[in-house]
Write a protein that binds this ligand. Sequence first.
Ligand code: TYD
Length: 204
Amino acid sequence: MTRGRFITLEGMDGAGKTTHLDWLRARLEARGMPLIVTREPGGTPLGEALRQLLLDSHDTRNPETEALLMFAARREHLAQVITPALEAGQWVLCDRFTDATYAYQAGGSGMDWHRVAELERWVQGPLQPDLTLYFDVDPEIGQARTRQVRAPDRFEREQQAFYERVRAAYLRRASEHPHRIKVIDAARPIPEIQITLEKIILTI
Ligand code: TYD
């Protein structure tokens, strides 16, 4: 039995990740690929419970606590869902994975990069996605769409700085893993992006 392929999608809000994920699912299914679609944080009952805790609360949290919870959910997700599916020859399409922890907890919130790497090694061993599609968009463009003519207030400026750090961390990951992570310019029209995606998935 050939092992399935593990594909992850990454990108910030407004980058169109969800639209592209739905399209990719349809394309792969049309090619007859046995496929599961899952997400992080989430993908298992424990992961979904942690997701609710992590995303619904507005408390300020220590980024290391967040990363540990993300990796706890990830460990469960790998053991219960991802690894068995890959071993059964299924393709796994996952909405966010470990690159998001580097981007948000290390890049955005300032956690030590190497600490994330230690957790990654511990939780994943040698397992890495076969392909990561990172949908890149300038956070200023995203914010400018929602902002009116007025200048950004302090909170908006802080938010923008956070997302710029998240983006820089994603780009750092992409430059460190150029074969695995494909940077897709998400500011382009959707049909153009789909042509790029089609070419990429034909190569794996
Ligand atoms: P997202 O996947 O964009 O879901 P939706 O917009 O559909 O609710 O949101 C998940 C959030 O979780 C996003 O803000 C990034 C964050 N996140 C981390 O901070 N670290 C991680 O390791 C992961 C997987 C996600």
